[in-house]
Write a protein that binds this ligand. Structure first.
Ligand SMILES: NC(=O)c1ccc[n+]([C@@H]2O[C@H](COP(=O)([O-])OP(=O)(O)OC[C@H]3O[C@@H](n4cnc5c(N)ncnc54)[C@H](O)[C@@H]3O)[C@@H](O)[C@H]2O)c1
Length: 280
């Protein structure tokens, strides 16, 4: 056989199971696809309904079914549940259903998030940003770690934060401030869990994407909101010559942190930002 045809047959996540929140749309769906392509089985969760303070639609139950079909088409197994990351009991039930099916979960991706940027600003937008993005991340990790520690086999937790988790952007609305605060708060969780869980070889890291054209950014309501607020529309662009990056660009970083290739990487806040932060 010619050398160039000798492709590796092993995936980078063969034998692993990953728990992913916000999995029915946007970046979450991309993380699921990328990890399934690399051999992982999946436990996936999404709210599948809109949130009042968020001006763009969240995913639907049909979206979640589509993701299930995509994973199966890649030859991987999947357990899917409709659950809100704010509801710790529902999240625990979803996690436990995955654990019952697969026996062990090795990777956790706390991805679910909202940007409640409202024309008619309401305090509720602050609370929703904190509840979903920060408390939701806390719940996602809390429902997972008992079984990961008990398995004694290490693991990887990846938190999807934002460039707004590392620098002071987000504008002056209740929701924008809540977004920035929640995304910075995720870094505090990441650093503390990284220390708490290191003795069990469970690694914890965060990724900080620049703009990706998901609904959160590309929905007309969000485009109009950003155009209206000079603090948002006047932000320096990425350093590299690219407007928005692809969801896969973020998923490739998540995949790497989830894989054994990053086995000694923990406590790291990794920008996937085309140089956005360094330029500021
Ligand atoms: N798109 C970007 O430019 C960008 C940049 C930086 C960081 N992020 C972060 O990436 C993550 C994913 O965002 P996205 O761009 O894919 O957004 P998105 O709106 O396209 O997708 C978010 C997904 O999460 C689900 N979801 C929302 N609230 C939930 C809840 N309470 N419980 C469970 N699921 C819920 C939605 O139904 C949807 O499927 C978020 O944490 C976001 O803050 C996005």
């Amino acid at each position: 056989m010619p050398y160039e045809n000798a492709r590796p047959t092993r995936g980078r996540l063969d034998g692993k199971v990953a728990f992913v929140t916000g999995a029915a749309g946007g970046l979450g769906r991309s993380h699921v696809r990328r990890m399934a392509e690399e051999g992982a089985d999946l436990v996936i969760v999404d709210i599948c309904r809109s949130v009042d303070s968020v001006p763009y639609a969240q995913s639907t139950p049909e979206d979640l079914v589509e993701v299930v079909e995509e994973v199966r088409a890649l030859g991987r197994r999947v357990v899917a549940r409709q659950a809100d990351v704010r509801d710790r009991d529902a999240l625990q039930e979803a996690y436990d259903a995955g654990l019952a099916e697969f026996g062990q979960i090795h990777i956790v991706v706390a991805n679910a998030g909202i940007a409640p940027l409202l024309w008619e600003d309401r305090l509720e937008a602050w609370h929703d940003a904190i509840d979903v993005n920060l408390t939701g991340t806390f719940h996602t990790i809390e429902v997972s770690i008992r079984s990961m520690v008990a398995a004694g086999d290490g693991g990887s937790i990846v938190i999807v934060s934002s460039t707004a988790g590392l620098v002071g952007i987000g504008g002056s609305s209740n929701g924008g401030l809540g977004y920035a605060a929640s995304k910075h708060g995720q870094v505090g969780l990441m650093r503390t869990y990284a220390n708490n869980l290191a003795p069990y070889s469970i690694r914890v890291n965060s990724v900080h994407p620049t703009g990706v054209a998901t609904r959160m950014v590309a929905d007309p309501a969000m485009v109009a909101f950003v155009a209206r607020d000079p603090r948002l529309s006047g932000q320096a662009p990425n350093a590299l010559p690219v407007g928005t990056i692809a969801a896969t660009d973020v998923s490739n970083a998540v995949l790497w942190l989830a894989s054994d290739e990053a086995r000694y990487i923990t406590g790291v806040a990794l920008p996937v930002d085309a140089g956005f932060i360094n330029r500021r």
